[in-house]
Each structure stands twice: as structure tokens, then as C-alpha cells.
Design a protein around this ligand. Sequence first.
Ligand code: FES
Length: 595
Amino acid sequence: MAKLINIKIEGHPYQVEEGLTILEAARKCGYEIPSLCTFNKGECSLASCRVCLVEATGARGLVASCVYPVNEGMEITISSPKATAARRASVELLLSNHSKDCQQCDKNGKCELLYVAQLTGARDNKFVGAKTETTLDQVTPSIVRDTSKCILCGRCVARCVAAHGTGILGFENRGFNTIVAPAGNRSFAESPCLLCGQCVNVCPTGALMEKSEIDKLDAAKAQGKFVVVQTAPAVRAALGEEFGLPVGTPVTGKMVAALKRLGFNRVYDTNFGADLTIMEEATELLNRIKNKGTLPMITSCSPGWINYAEYYYPEQLGHLSSCKSPHQMQGAIIKSYFAQQNNLDPKDIFVVSIMPCTAKKFEKERPQMEKDGIKDVDCVLTTRELAKLIKRSGINFTKLPDEEYDQDIMGAYTGAAVIFGATGGVMEAALRTAYFALTGKESKPIEFKAVRGMEGLKEADIDIAGTVVKVAVASGMRNAKVLLDQIKEGKSPYTFIEIMCCPGGCVNGGGQPYIKKVFMPNEDDDIYETYREKRAQALYSEDERQAIRQSHNNPQIKELYAKFLGEPNSHLAHELLHTTYAGRVRFPEQKHVLK
Ligand code: FES
């Protein structure tokens, strides 16, 4: 345990751990100092925004509390006229170069700059003058970058490096002309960006946002389309946060009730698609092992990871499973089998996927994700967009009863599918089915806990009836790179690898509710460290509650194969449920010149 030291804040004595910054110590003692550029302990500490200035004995002048450490006997003053005026001036300076179109801004209600302006009493337009020339990039289907709202805090730059090591975003130009952008102020579409949205998750303003598709959904409803919605596993583990529920509260039943009130013609769980993915993927793996195909095989559910593989490791695309991701598989089945069973023309069906992910918006636009000109999925909304839809419709989410997904055709799902949303979940679900396929028996225990946990890189030796299968799980491309470099050097000891783009898996996807303490004042101090675990735990507890916990035992999946697909990896299954990949140029010739 760290040594305790004595400090005073606002004249009151406290004992705190040595090594904390003033900001951390003050939070632990019950004070809220405004902050903007700092985020997630140690991830970003440029100390650029200066909204956290305080007085501290032993320091010359005011200090940035987010980086200045406490020391024995230090006396800290937050409320002196000098400190409060300086913090207010810092916010006013930031606002002087801001677009201030708050009413039109999608981040309204979640904007940390506005919150800090309120905290510091920054109300006047004191610093009026020239503004930095701005850029609006809305070329990709996933992310919008609007530098008129950027405060140059550097959180996005730090997150991209910490999660993936790719460093897509950086500071371009100098001095007054500085902006945050991909190299050369290119569009995300013409940079090797994964579109994962981790940068969006940490942006304190509306400078980085998902590209909203709510209007698309409204238009489809207005045209009288038959609208089918499906929800990814990780959404239920986080949606409640948007309505003030504690992190990790599973809200499956309330979410379904809300979707039914929003007027969708069918409400399904992408878990059905996840069970289908396991049937296809486990069969593909066993075939590769039997036929000495390319190993290790790597999962293909995460579209950010697919983008990374196509940009950075094109020579290894043969290692990727050819399976589409669960929501694309489900979309393909809705537009074929479901349409057939319900006498619907696939052209009249509009499939909406609620996803924890911004890269899924891009994935659904890939040319490989359609058949005969009909897309598998027409619209992807993030968890945050779903919350907006619910709020817009006047639904009191926390008062809703729990309701069930529609049960026809694709209403059944298993515990194996639910855990897809956490890192290691796809691996565990596949192992449950692979074990059965190889031995004819269910694994005991059902769980493969060796692949659970939030570490970025995990490996395990799985004993299947005397045969040891070496597997690895990585989340965040920094960790994936380690495994891919092993393959490149011919040193990979693994048979099967799961890779998820976002650190911690989909529970921490780029479309999930924002994690920022200022919006969750009742949460524990350790929120940054534990929110991924808490959301993942919500999924593991739903798995435990399921009567059926292995994908191969899903009765409606069995029926789908019996009546329509034939068997896993059949010709029709390949036509509808499998895909292809292609290497991509990282910096192609620029079509979109952004100013
Ligand atoms: Fe301390 Fe920005 S939060 S300088």
C-alpha cells in the first residue's frame, strides 16, 4: 500500500496516498476541480486546457492540478479569487475559438466544455477575435470530425495510440492554426483509420461524433418499410447508463420494451446471429484442422479489426475466418429465410442493427455485405443513438416493464451468444461448440474461464478430450500486433485466435455511452478502471441465467439448418453468411480535399 501523506485542501486536513496528482487527491477527498484534457489516469496528460488551475504551497504561481503531484504538508486552495478567475479565463479562451452552435450540436447535454463553463461561471464572450480555420469531415459512414468544436485537448490522439498504436490522429499545423486531424488533414476515409470510435468515446465536445443514421430510420418508416431491429449483446450491458442506472446494470427486458414502443415490426436479438456465427465458425475451424488449412484461424466479428488487418497485415488475410459478423449474418437471414417465411419482398424490409460500435456503420456498406443488390443491413445505430431515440419519443425508460424479444423464427438464443460482447467471449462460445463437435459431449464445466478477463492479451491451453488446443485472445490492436507479428515470423503456437478491435471488447465499443465522471457523480472513484469489467459481468450473469448455453443447442438454429441452410458451411450458407477481404492502400489518392 502506498505511503500516506498529510495535506490540506481548503484549510481542511486530509491523509492521501503519495504519488497522486492534486486533482486525484481532491476527488478522493470530495472536491470537484474542473478538468478537460486529462482522462483515464495517465492516458492523457498534456495539461493543455488549464481549466484545473489551483493554488498550492511550494509552487510558483498557479498549478495544473491534473499533473502536479501532492506532497507532504501541501496546502491546496481551489476557491481563491485568483484560482477561480484563472479557471474561468481558461474556459473563456477555449470558448473564444469554439463554434458555439450548441443547439445544433449532437453532443448537447453531454458536452464537457459546457459543463465546465457552468462550473467555472464562464458566461461572457470576453475574448472576441479571429478564429482558427476549421475542417468538417463527414466522408465516412462512421465518424464525423468537426474542428470548429475541437479544444485541442489531445484525448483522442492519446486514445488512438493507447488502444491501437496506430496514431491516426495528431496535431497538424502550428500555433493558432493547429488542428487535430489524420496526417495531412485527410478524411478518415483516406487514412488507415479503423473507424472504431475510441476517439469519439473520449472527445469532451462534439468535435468527434458518430455519423447519425436516425434520419435514415425515420425515412424508412415514413416509406412504410417493414422495419426489423436487432440488438447486439453489449448494448444491453450499457444502455441503462444513459438513463442514470449504475454501470453494469443489464437492461435487456426494458430495452426490448422500448424498441416495441418505438414501433419496429420485429424486435430480435443479434444473439441469434451470434449462435449462427459459432456454428459456421466452429465448423470452419474444425475443417481447417482436419484438412490442414491455414492456421491459426482468427475470428472476424469485429469490423475495426478487419479494417486493421486489411490495412496493416494484408498478407495474413487468409488467417481470418470467412464468417460475416453476427449482425450481418442475421441481416442476410432476415432478407432471405425470414422474408420467405413471411411472404415479404426483401426490398420492402429495412434492417436496423443497434450496435456498440461505429465501425459497424462502415461494415454494412462493404460491397461484400449484399446479395443481388440487396444489403444485409440497412442502418446501424449506436447505443448512444438508441438512447436518443428513446428520449425523443418520451419513453420513461426506467419505468418500463421487462418484455421479451419476438420469438418467431429467430427469437431463441443461448448464453454462448450473450458473452460475444466481452473480450474472450467469441472464443469461449466457439470452444463450447468445438468441444461438442469433437467429443459428442458437452464440456464440463460449461465455462472456459481461462479466456475471460480484461487483460489485453490472454492465452490458454484448452484440453479437449486429451487434445490440447492452444488459443489466444487479444483486444486493442496494440495487442493484436504481437500475435500477428508471431504469425509473420512463423512462430505462432496457436490454433485459434480471437481478436477484437476495442480494448475489452464490444462492451467498450466506440458507440457505447460516454464514460466521464462528471456525468456520473454517484459512481465509485475507480469507475475508469472498472466500467469494462462491470459491463462484461452483466453479460456473464445473463449467460448463467440462460437455460441453453451452447450455440449448437439453439432450437431455432437447428430448424434454420434443417429447413433452409442445410448444414454449416453448406453452399447456401457460404453464399449468405461468409465474406471475403482485400488489402487496402493506407493513403490512397485523395478524392475528398478537406479544408
Ligand atoms: Fe488540467 Fe487540462 S485538465 S490542464
